[in-house]
Design a protein around this ligand. Structure first.
Ligand code: SAM
Ligand code: SF4
Ligand code: SF4
Length: 371
């Protein structure tokens, strides 16, 4: 087996300057990138910190106690986030997902949710507000999140076996507390809760069936994510990816499945229904089946950089414009211009790219721009 290489470098490269285009780009809701993909989905990272150290995301060797997290003044304030989000919505965004780091670590996150819940899409509908969390603080916060206007929550959970789970989060966090968080979310009306499990061959593949059994018939939608080569610190190797097709096969052998249609264009998960009517599962095959052709997602980092792809090395700095006194129209114009220039399709190109040897431009970390 090849040796695992974990480069110890700071990923946050100098940003790209977000400039005002010579010809303004008005927000019409019709924005398209170079591959004719619209902008529909905005993921906002509200913190680069986390209380877990999942080895595939924030390995302890890199994210130790002296890691240079962003100082507070560098973070976008809630007002700044909402102001930027409003411009994205004017360009056609319908769904906003808060993420991180661990978004529930951001103080008073409910206040941000209240602000974002006021936004209306170009069709006059409320924006669909969701949040992805490791679930550790959910039992305490679910009700307040719902009251603030959150609609849906996705909880990451990589196994039911307590020892496996404690090892994967690498801070000895017990599985029972995450399960209590899922129950609290459901009770608070944040349903249907989705549960995301990252599958690593040789680490938690034995948890696939117990997880399927546990959530079968509960209304919670379990989704299996292929372990991805995001960032540059997790020592990713292809032989640790368990293809989604194999996950489906393993579950189908116990609970027969039938394929479902995608629920929305640009949906990342392929959906499968249990033939016995006990709900559905999803698989997200970012490695074995690229879905860049319909990718309509933008990502806004904690410090206000716009990333056009999960695998990008650089983000476009919107904070300087924002803090430099740009008007709403100017912010919208800058965002529109950046999106019009987007040609990113990393997953489609993955197999043709040279292996990442740690010498080229480093890809941004998942914990910094969120999933
Ligand atoms: N801390 C929150 C959580 O864990 O849900 C939100 C941020 S986390 C970066 C978002 C999602 O990215 C989680 O579902 C996590 O499992 C997933 N993720 C992180 N690193 C990954 C990797 N290398 N491959 C696949 N998914 C990954
Ligand atoms: Fe934290 Fe989420 Fe990354 Fe795990 S996946 S280390 S919970 S940000
Ligand atoms: Fe979208 Fe980039 Fe993922 Fe392709 S690789 S689906 S462009 S985020």
């Amino acid at each position: 087996m090849a040796e695992r290489v974990i480069p110890l470098v700071d990923q946050r490269l100098a940003p790209l300057r977000a400039a005002l285009p010579a010809t303004p780009v008005a927000a019409t809701g019709q924005l398209a990138d170079r591959l004719q993909r619209p902008l529909r989905d905005l993921r906002i990272s509200v913190t680069d910190r986390c209380n877990f150290r999942c080895s595939y995301c924030m390995p302890k060797e890199v994210f130790h106690k002296d890691y240079p997290y962003l100082p507070h003044a560098d973070l976008l304030t809630f007002e700044e986030i909402t102001r930027l989000a409003r411009q994205f919505v004017a360009h056609g965004v319908r769904k906003i997902r808060l993420t991180g780091g661990e978004p529930l670590l951001r103080k008073n996150i409910e206040v941000l949710i209240e602000q974002l819940a006021q936004l209306r899409t170009v069709d006059g509908e409320p924006v669909e507000l969701a949040l992805t969390t490791n679930g550790s603080l959910l039992a305490r916060k679910a009700r307040a999140l719902r009251d603030a206007g959150l609609r849906r929550v996705t909880v990451s959970l990589d196994g039911l076996d307590d020892a496996v789970f404690r090892r994967m989060n690498d801070v000895d966090f017990p599985v029972a507390e995450v399960l209590a968080g899922i129950d609290a979310a459901q009770a608070a009306g944040l349903a249907p809760v989705k549960v995301n499990m990252v599958v690593k061959r040789g680490t938690n593949e034995q948890e696939i069936l117990p997880m399927a059994r546990h959530f079968h018939g509960t209304g919670t939608v379990l989704r299996f994510i292929e372990y991805m080569d995001v960032g540059a610190t997790n020592g990713w190797r292809m032989d640790e990816v368990l293809p989604s097709a194999e996950v489906v096969q393993r579950i189908d052998a116990v609970y027969p499945l039938r394929a479902l249609e995608a629920s929305a264009p640009g949906e990342t998960a392929e959906r499968w229904a249990y033939a016995d009517g006990a709900g559905e599962i999803g698989v997200i095959s970012s490695v074995t089946q690229a879905f860049c052709g319909t990718c309509n997602r933008a990502r806004l980092s904690t410090e206000g950089r716009l990333y056009l792809c999960l695998f990008a090395s650089n983000g476009h700095d919107l904070r300087t414009l924002l803090r430099g006194g740009a008007s709403d129209e100017e912010l919208a114009s800058a965002i529109g211009h950046i999106w019009q220039g987007r040609g990113d399709r990393y997953s489609e190109l993955r197999s043709q790219l040279p292996p990442d040897t740690g010498t080229g431009a480093r890809r941004v970390e998942m914990s910094y721009i969120g999933g």
